[in-house]
Design a protein around this ligand. Structure first.
Ligand code: ADP
Length: 311
């Protein structure tokens, strides 16, 4: 569990993180979302004791990071995959970390296997591709079998197969009851991976919510309606007469806004139109997020600010 309370970080007169209060719970994958410069990395650095808060607190399993006796065994993190001593081999890098955290050597081979790096274990870290380097960073995060995982942009540099792999890995770690906290600027990826969502902008909390609930609440509420071609025009007229806004959907059928699906079904029955498909359509996380960051009062700063905040 990660708990931030009124967490604040100022650099001179710039407030990077502004009174953030949130809880990241075990058993779930929680996504951390915000435009560039929103304060995600600064928040993660404070959780990991790499930056001191200007005010407020953040704890991992109820303790400050610097009070943890064996940090790697409680919190695994991936902040910058490039922060590896390039001259060492993949295995040496992990052995060094294991030794300094009293983690058994056997764990090194276990994590190498888990992240698919066994075959390159003796290669120098600096020769690794971006994707392999990312896997090594994830191996280091998993080394101490920690209860809490904090990953900053973990899918950076991974190919499609690698992205699928990490999605499955993170979900399985959450199912085991671990706390998984990750940031990503790839929203489609976040939508597929995270169960919960914490959204920040300009260092402030914009949303702390269940992913499905967030999408359902903020979706535009349109419905796809399909009938036989011969009845399509009549259906359109009925929908418009009932106050709906009707557009032709790219996949065929009508995309209807302004009338809930149940009412559409009733309307069709009343007028003896056979409905072949009636599907509520949700916006993607990306669509909602873009609208949110465009319209949020938080973002109506100067043009300069807006440029910085909209990705
Ligand atoms: P994100 O990870 O969401 O892109 P960051 O946490 O990196 O955002 O940055 C938040 C804000 O704090 C940015 O405006 C950034 O320029 C500023 N910032 C981050 N680190 C420093 C620092 N060491 N000194 C001054 N400003 C910083």
């Amino acid at each position: 569990m990660i708990e931030a309370r009124e967490l604040t970080k100022r650099y001179g007169d710039k407030t990077a993180v502004d009174r953030l209060t949130f809880t990241v719970r075990p058993g779930l994958v929680t996504g951390f979302l915000g435009p560039n410069g929103a304060g995600k990395s600064t928040t993660m650095r404070m959780i990991l004791g790499l930056d001191a808060p200007s005010s407020g607190t953040v704890t991992v399993n109820k303790r400050r990071y610097d009070r943890l006796a064996a940090p790697l065994r409680e919190v695994g993190s991936l902040l910058d995959a490039k922060s590896v001593h390039g001259g060492r081999s993949v295995r040496q890098h992990l052995l060094g970390l294991a030794r300094s955290n009293a983690i058994p050597r056997s764990q090194v081979d276990a994590v190498l296997d888990r992240v698919g790096l066994s075959e390159v274990a003796n290669q120098r870290a600096k020769g690794l591709s971006l994707g392999m380097g990312q896997r090594l960073g994830i191996a280091a995060a998993l080394l101490g079998d920690p209860e809490v995982l904090i990953l900053d942009e973990p899918v950076n540099g991974l190919d499609t197969e690698g992205i699928r792999w990490i999605r499955a890995l993170l979900k399985s770690l959450a199912v085991q009851g671990r706390t998984v906290f990750l940031s990503s600027h790839l929203m489609s990826e976040m939508e597929l991976t995270a169960d919960r969502l914490i959204v920040i902008g300009r260092g402030r909390l914009l949303a702390d919510t269940d992913m499905r609930e967030f999408i359902e609440t903020h979706s535009q509420g349109t419905t796809l309606v399909r009938t036989a071609d011969s009845e399509a025009e009549r259906m359109r007229q009925l929908l418009e007469r009932a106050g709906g806004t009707v557009r032709l959907d790219a996949r065929g059928g009508w995309r209807v806004a302004g009338i809930p699906p149940a009412t559409i079904g009733e309307l069709a029955r009343e007028h003896h139109v056979a409905v072949h498909e009636l599907t509520p359509l949700f916006s993607s996380l990306e669509e909602i997020y873009t609208t949110m960051t465009r319209t949020s009062v938080e973002y109506r700063g100067s043009t300069q600010d807006t440029k910085e905040l909209i990705p």
